[in-house]
Every structure is written in structure tokens, then in C-alpha cells.
Design a protein around this ligand. Structure first.
Ligand code: 5AD
Ligand code: SF4
Length: 445
């Protein structure tokens, strides 16, 4: 790179796991260009804000973040605005703030090195969604943790009426089979024990294997299952209508596929689901959950919920609570509806008062938290494997994940990347403790 002043970069990613993945890939790209990661934004020559646009005044928050990058002497680093706010706002960003040098969308960040070059001469915007895959242009995976993400699919064709994703991430595109298998091998070679396949609609992945046979996500999972050294496979996020028979069967048959599924339902009211354009009903969703439990009785279930969608009555909301009580999620993410400019729901006339949404969200979260705590309590006494991912906050504590995606605190010396057999002991609302039985690097869980 011909910019000797640009030595250190800092990337801050907001929002979903796909943004974390993109952040890692940008980091690898910049490192391949000779730049080094800075320890914070203050000491960086280039700051990349990898933004999220899914809810709440995201753009406003981004502008205040940008403002905070100004240094006491009035200078600022080169600033690249990436991610979904960049895609949605485009050149408008440059009209609103003088501080941003580069606006780059989620499908164009492989152009970062050229954009940095160009930015020396003037501001640049690249929010194209080129046909050429950014993945082909990115360098090989470098360093990864014990648990790594692998994007297999991007974009969404579902057009739920509240959601910006089809506009910011574009149409559904599946990465080719061979590239995914190659990247999975590279991740395992670099120390990953667990791979989480990512996609906005990951179970909509489709492709052809090396023999030219049509495959779905279940086929891909079965191929990854054969990789030596890979212990665990997960995938997120899925749409109920793309839960194929093959994928459900895989949950009963593939040992490395963890007994956990994040399957958003959003609402328990069929009337609201229709207005959301979800194209499934509570009944079809519950039937799926039951089929999954039949093939994998210990499967832990997770979901996303939106309260206060336009037109939601107390009765509709009550139906959501009823559905939650029936499924009993081990983990869940819940949000007050936030109108997103350009989406159909933002123009619906019967918007709900924010106070009502807030109050419903509190009731919903109280129930979800109670179930999560109960789930953790029920696992106490189970003997299971924990994949150690990081150091805990307290001296001597290590944190890992159980097969059911619980955070497990282990207070015995173990290393990151170890798979430790434990008995689960004390349960908290957000984690459980694990008492090691033997410390071993297990082949499988
Ligand atoms: N308002 C509130 N929540 C939303 N989500 C997506 N769009 C909105 C919105 N406009 C939630 C959904 C989705 C999760 C990623 O974010 O629950 O599953
Ligand atoms: Fe958004 Fe998910 Fe619906 Fe696609 S399926 S439009 S990403 S909420």
C-alpha cells in the first residue's frame, strides 16, 4: 500500500454474527496488505465501523460514534463506514459528516485496499453488489478461535415486512460447495474445533457437490461431519419454511451437529405472522419443533421475537406468550418493533405506541428469562463436553460452551480449544458451572 502513514487499523463490528465474520475477513485482508491491528481506535490510522441497520436509529448512533473518533488535537484517523448502514445510506453519509473517507457496503469490502488508495485523493463510496464474489477476492483464512464462523449464504428473498435485510444484503446467494469445504478445512487447520455456518437464511443454502448432485444445507453438514479435527457444527439463522426433511433428519443422525437450533418465529399470532409476511403459522412452526424434538429429544430451542408490530393487540401478544410457554426456549432474542425506512410495515397505519411495546417487551422477556433459567437448572447434574473458548472475567476462570450453547464456567486450569468433560453444577440465569471429570482432547463430543 502506498500510504506509509496508514500502519494500524481498528475494526469495530456491530450487530449480527455475519458482521463479526465480515469484520474478521476485513482484518485478514488489511493484514495481508501489511497493516497491523491497533489495540484501540485512538491509536489507529484507519478505523472501520462495521455497522448494523436492523433496528432503532442505527444510523443516528453511527454518526455519534463517528464524532467520538475526533482526537483532542482536532485530527481524526481515516474512517471507513462499512456494513448495512453504509449500504442503506450510501453517499448521504458524506453529506452528513465530513469525517468519513470511505463508504463501503457489505458486498464490496474486498475492495478496501483500492478504496484506501483512492481515499488519499478524495472521498469514495462503493455500495455495489457485484456479481463477482467478494469471497474469491479475499485472502485465505488466518488466525481463528476454537469456535469459528463460516458464511455460506448471504442475503434474503423472504421480505418480511418489518425487515431491511433484503434491501441491505440483497438477494439470496449461496456460496459454492467446494469453496465452503475448502474454507472449513482451512479453519480446522488453524485450530477451529467448532464451525458455525452463517447466513441470513442459512437453511435456504443450496448448491451442488463435487459430483454435481444437488445439495441442501443438510448435505453440506454431512460433508463437514467428515472433516477430522472438527468436533462441532452449528448453523444460524434459519427460516421455518426452509427446514427440510433432510435437515431435520440430520439433527437426529449427525453427531457433530449440536443439539441446538435457533429458529425465529417472531410472533405467536397467525394474524400478525400474516401481516409480517412470514408465510408460516404458529401451528406449522410448532409441528416443526415437535419433529425436531422427536429426532433429537435433548435439542435446545432458541428464537427471535418482535413485540409491538403494527396492529398487534393484547390478544395477539398473549398468543405469543402462549407459544413461548409451549416451546420453552433455552435462549431467545426479543425486540420492540422498530419501523425501518423503506420497509412495508413502516407505512402501516396502526403503529403501536412505544410505551405499550416497551411494557409488552418487559413481560415477554421476564417469561423468556424464566425459561432460560429453568433450562439451565434442568441441565444440572448432566455429564457433558465443554469446548473452552476464552478466559473468564475472574482469575482462573475459563469459559466454554456446552452442546446446548450454554456458557459454562470452568474453574480448573484448561486451555482454549480444549474439549473438557464436565458435570454441570450450579445454574445461573445466563450460565452454568462445570466441574471437570477428566481433561482430555476428545475426538468427538
Ligand atoms: N424491528 C424489530 N426487530 C427486528 N428484527 C428485524 N427487523 C426488526 C425490526 N424492524 C429482529 C427479528 C430478526 C432479528 C435478527 O431482528 O426478530 O429475527
Ligand atoms: Fe429479515 Fe429474516 Fe425475514 Fe429475511 S427471513 S426478511 S432476514 S427477518
Amino acid at each position: 500500500m502506498n500510504r506509509p502513514s496508514l500502519k494500524h487499523f481498528y475494526i469495530k463490528s456491530f450487530g449480527c454474527q455475519m458482521n463479526s465474520y465480515d469484520g474478521e475477513r476485513m482484518s485478514e485482508l488489511l493484514e495481508s496488505q501489511g497493516m497491523k491491528p491497533a489495540k484501540d481506535a485512538e491509536t489507529a490510522d484507519l478505523v472501520v465501523l462495521n455497522t448494523c441497520h436492523i433496528r432503532e436509529k442505527a444510523a443516528e448512533k453511527v454518526y455519534s460514534q463517528i464524532g467520538r473518533l475526533r482526537r483532542p488535537d482536532g485530527s481524526s484517523p481515516m474512517i471507513a463506514l462499512a456494513g448495512c448502514v453504509a449500504q442503506a445510506e450510501g453517499a448521504e453519509v458524506l453529506a452528513r459528516t465530513k469525517m468519513v473517507d470511505i463508504v463501503v457496503g457489505p458486498q464490496a469490502y474486498h475492495h478496501l485496499p483500492e478504496l484506501i488508495e483512492k481515499a488519499a485523493a478524495g472521498k469514495v463510496v462503493d455500495i455495489d453488489m457485484p456479481l463477482e464474489s467478494k469471497f474469491d477476492a479475499l485472502p485465505e483464512r488466518r488466525k481463528v478461535g476454537a469456535s469459528a464462523f463460516l458464511t455460506v449464504q448471504e442475503g434474503c428473498d423472504k421480505f418480511c415486512t418489518y425487515c431491511v435485510v433484503p434491501y441491505t444484503r440483497g438477494a439470496e446467494v449461496s456460496r459454492p460447495w467446494s469453496r465452503i469445504i475448502k474454507e472449513a478445512h482451512a479453519l480446522v487447520d488453524k485450530g477451529a474445533k467448532e464451525i458455525t455456518l452463517l447466513g441470513q437464511n442459512v437453511n435456504g443454502w443450496s448448491g451442488e457437490d463435487e459430483a454435481g448432485r444437488a445439495q441442501g444445507l443438510d448435505g453440506l453438514i454431512r460433508a463437514l461431519d467428515k472433516i477430522d479435527g472438527l468436533e462441532r457444527i452449528r448453523y444460524t439463522t434459519s427460516h421455518p419454511n426452509d427446514m427440510t426433511d433432510g435437515l431435520i433428519e440430520a439433527h437426529g443422525e449427525v453427531k457433530k451437529l449440536m443439539p441446538f437450533l435457533h429458529l425465529p418465529v417472531q410472533s405467536g399470532s397467525n394474524r400478525i405472522l400474516k401481516a409480517m409476511n412470514r408465510a408460516h403459522t404458529t401451528e406449522s412452526y410448532l409441528a416443526l419443533m415437535n419433529r425436531l424434538k422427536a429426532v433429537r429429544p435433548d435439542i435446545a430451542l432458541s428464537g427471535d421475537f418482535i413485540v409491538g408490530f403494527p396492529g398487534e393487540t393484547e390478544q395477539d401478544f398473549q398468543e405469543t406468550l402462549d407459544l413461548i410457554s409451549e416451546v420453552r426456549y433455552s435462549l431467545a432474542f426479543s425486540f420492540a418493533y422498530s419501523p425501518r425506512p423503506g420497509t412495508p410495515a413502516a407505512d402501516m397505519i396502526d403503529q403501536i405506541e412505544p410505551e405499550i411495546s416497551r411494557e409488552r417487551l418487559q413481560r415477554l422477556q421476564a417469561l423468556l428469562n424464566q425459561h432460560q433459567f429453568e433450562f439451565n437448572q434442568q441441565t444440572v447434574g448432566r455429564k457433558t463436553a465443554v469446548l473452552i473458548e476464552r478466559h473468564g472475567k475472574k482469575e482462573g476462570q475459563m469459559i466454554g460452551k456446552s452442546p446446548w450453547l450454554q456458557s459454562v464456567i470452568v474453574e480448573t486450569p484448561v486451555a482454549i480449544g480444549d474439549t473438557v468433560e464436565v458435570v454441570l453444577t450450579d445454574a445461573g440465569p445466563n450460565s452454568v458451572k462445570g466441574q471437570p471429570i477428566t481433561i482430555d482432547k476428545l475426538e468427538t463430543v
